[in-house]
Each structure stands twice: as structure tokens, then as C-alpha cells.
Design a protein around this ligand. Sequence first.
Ligand code: AMP
Length: 556
Amino acid sequence: MPRLTLCHERRTTNDAMIKSPRGTRDLLPPDTALWNFVEAAVRDVFRAYNFHEIRTPIFESTELFARGVGEETDIVGKEMFTWEDGERFEDKKLFDTWSKENEDRVFFQEGNPFNSGIKPLGIQRQIWRKATNSVEFVCFRPKISWDVIDALVKARNIARTQYSQEYVNLPIHLRLVVPDMAVKNSPWVKTEDVEVEGFPGNYFSSSQSLTLRPENTAGVVRAYIEHKLWDRGLNKLFYIGPQFRRERPQKGRYRQFYQIGAEVIGPAAAGSQSPARDAEILELLATLLDRVGIANWTLELNSVGCLADRAKFNEALRQALAPVVEKMCADCQRRYVTNPLRIFDCKVPEDQPIIKTLPTINQFLDEDCRTHYEEVKKVLNAVQIPYVENPRLVRGLDYYQKTAFEFTHGALGAQNAILGGGRYDGLSEALGGPAAPGIGFAIGEDRLVLSLSATASAESVVRKPDVYIAPLGDGMNREAARVARELRRHDLVVDLGDESFRLKKSFETAVKIGALYILIVGGNEVAADAFALKHLASGEQVTVPRADLAERILRK
Ligand code: AMP
């Protein structure tokens, strides 16, 4: 049984600068204005197509992604942030087991005179050893911490000062019992105060595996099943939010990134399988990119067929790959065994010449998939949405069927996909739900904003202050606050200086923040109930009565 005693030397805190974790970043003003501009435009577009917002949790049970995305995918295989949660420490179990083994030492544990005094300190159990004329306070905890040591020491001090002479003179020992693993993993050192005892055994209840969502389709389909959303017929849902993948960070690729996505899902009878839905989604995306101001996008389109087509295609791929697969990268060799279709996801330059010679899925589509694909293209032609067919385009996730697509943008370089999506007719069943054909997409918002910043600056979408109010002299802060409140009621953007500023400093600040006007609030102005309003660009200055201020500033 490992034992150690602790000393009261605290570990000094490390005061090195704390930075945001690798692969994450802060979005700061004015860039956040560009993000808000994108999100507002996107919400307008979704409204026009009768999509409604859904917000699912940022973490879900790991199994959802294993089943809904596919164990064989890079995302599930390598990139998820997963942890065990809900592990509960069972202090009663530790206490019971420990007491049994220490029967000879335990005389009373309830009703001793110290109970009421130290309970609020979080000492769960006290051992009152009357026979030996000593007392031991014992805590049962999952790990060693200074909090519990402090509480034990405090409990002894209270006991010594607050209780009758009979007890005050008793020796009071302090003991902390933790699972022995906690002692093995602890960097703690010796003390005279508290005896720490590592006790063997497992005192944690079973846990649940949770994962930060690496994508949002699985979560939306989970919610569709959980809330029986099929009762409403066709569901057109969109989301905006962060996703998490443990990827190697580079420009345009982060570990926390943002996606704007949408799903159309429902029973086949509601039209969810129709090629018209695919075309509507693609047309929505073209509108959305145009509205946001992304020029020169390319829509790449393919059909990956149904499961039976894919089985035939995978067989043909295996045959074609058999003689060459050993020359390919390790990932491709694994894909060759598990799911050869994924070889088209390979980005290794040396593998590309081989990939170019492989058969493509379009030769394997059955009648139903071929007609579906043709119909999607016909609707796109009717609404004049340009596309290029890319028979080597496959989507990274399992359960994709028929239509698969990506929108790319030249300005993004290597990570040139702004968004990807496709049809996932079998996903609901794979997650234990009813048949619910669906199609969806996810836009990488980081990349969308990056493409946009090539043409639009954050400055151009920021709303600058209409007026900067300069309180002049003692007691003017409260007058300035009154004026600001009145002006803000008229939806004006107002910023405020401080009565301690000299007028020169107020002017400099007003120019720095890009305000249109500066308004002087001094004693004379308040007395006259009329204020000096200066247009900063032209230098034109007028005196405006309080009642006319908002109207005068709104005229610009
Ligand atoms: P996917 O869910 O992999 O189809 O990704 C959809 C879109 O999300 C991609 O086209 C990218 O624009 C974006 N995306 C995916 N992974 C990342 C990442 N690690 N960092 C930034 N954007 C990403």
C-alpha cells in the first residue's frame, strides 16, 4: 500500500504567456465584421429558400460519428477530439472498502462532536478513535489536491478552538485516502501535516465517450430521428457553427473551424429523393456565393451512384490497382483493402499519375442513378448554373450516394474547396432512424471569408460611428451620457469620450475611430440646450438644438 506524507510547498504557477491552442485562432475586429456580413447575407439567402436554423450540441456521443461518418474515414480514424466523460468518483465505495480493511481502527464515524464544525469544509468522513484517545479526520477523494489538504488542516484548527476541553487536548491526525493510481500519478512531496494513503481498486463508475463534432450532418440527422422531425414532411435545415478536427494546421486549415451548412431531409413521399432537391441546393449555393461576393467559383459535379454501383466499381478499382498499389502511399494501400473509392481523396503528388489511369464511377451507374444525375443537370441548365463534371470527385464520408459536389475557388491555393456536399440517402437508417433520403452541404466559413478578403476588406463592411461625443469639463460625462442615449434611440452609432480629455485628444480619438461627426458637450452648450456639431471630413461646424440633433446627424 503506497503511503506518503505531504509538505505545504505549493507548486509555483508558470507565468509564461498563454497562447491560443495550436490550430485555433482569435477572430478579432474588424475581421469579425466580415464574418457577420457573411452570416447575415447567408441567413437572408436561407430565408428566401425557406430553410430554418437548427442548433445541435458542439459535442455528441463518439458513436454517432463512428456510425454516421464512418470508422474508415480520416476524420473518425485520426482527427477527432474525443474524451471519456461522466466518470464519477464513488467515495462511498472507497470509504466502505477502506473501513472494512481498517475495522480495528474505526470506532465511530457518525455523531462525533466535530461533525457539525467541519462538515461544511467538505470533509466527508471523520474517524473518532475513542479507545486510543485520539481522533483522525479522514477524507476520501479521487485525487490529491491542495483544497482538501487545506480543508483538513482548517478542520483541525476549528476542532481545537471550538470544542470543549475534553477534545481540545486530543491528538488529531489527518489522513487523505485516494485511489492508489492517484498517488502513482502525483508529483507531490512530503509534509508532516497530512498522511496520504493510496488505496488499491477502481472507484470510478463507467464513463461515456464524447467527441467534439468534426462535422454537423450526423448531429442534424441524429436530431431528426430523436425529435421525429419527419412528422413535418420535408425538413430544410441550416446551421452555422464551429467544428473540430485534429488536422495539421496550415493556411485555410484549422483545428477549430466554422461551417455554414444545410440539409434537406424527409420521407421519400415528401420529395426528398427528387433530383429537383439536389438542383435547388446547388442553385441556392450559387446564389449564396454570388450574394456574398465570391466571384469565379467553380461547381464540380459527379454522381457516386448507389451502394450496388459502388460495390461493382470498388471491384473494378481493386482489379486496376492490384498490380500498382504497392507503389502507392501507405494510406492508399490501406484504402485499397478497406474502401478503394477513397483512393480518389489522395493528395500525394506521386500517386496522381496512377489515379489518373483508374476507371471512373460514371461507367458503373445503374439506370436509376444515371437518370437522377441527368435530371439534376437538366434543372441546372434550366436555371443557368454553370458546372463542370468531375468523375473523380468522391466525398470523404460514407453513406454518400448519387450527387456529390464541391465548389472551388482559385484564390484559396492548395486548400481550394470552399464547400462540399452530396446526397446521403442511407444515413438515417445507419443511425437507427427511418428511411429519410437527404442532401446537404457544408461551407468552410473560414475559407469563404478568406476568398472574400481578396476583394472586400473588413473595413468596408464595418459601420463606423456616426458621431463621437466629447464631454468638455467637470460634470459633463453625465450630460454626454444623456445626449448619447437620446441619439442611440434613433439607431445612430455613438461613441463617447471622457470629461478628463482635452478637446485636442477628443478630436484625435474621433478621427482615429473614423467617426463622421464630433459633438461637443460643454457647460455653455448644456445651458443653451444646443450643441456644436462638426463634420470631421469637411470641417463644417454648426450649432444644433438638442431636439434636432438626431435628424441633423442622420442627414449625413
Ligand atoms: P467536409 O466536411 O470535409 O466536406 O468539409 C466541408 C468544407 O469545410 C470544406 O470544403 C472546407 O471548406 C471546410 N473545412 C474542412 N476542414 C477544414 C479545416 N480543418 N479548416 C478549415 N476549413 C475546413
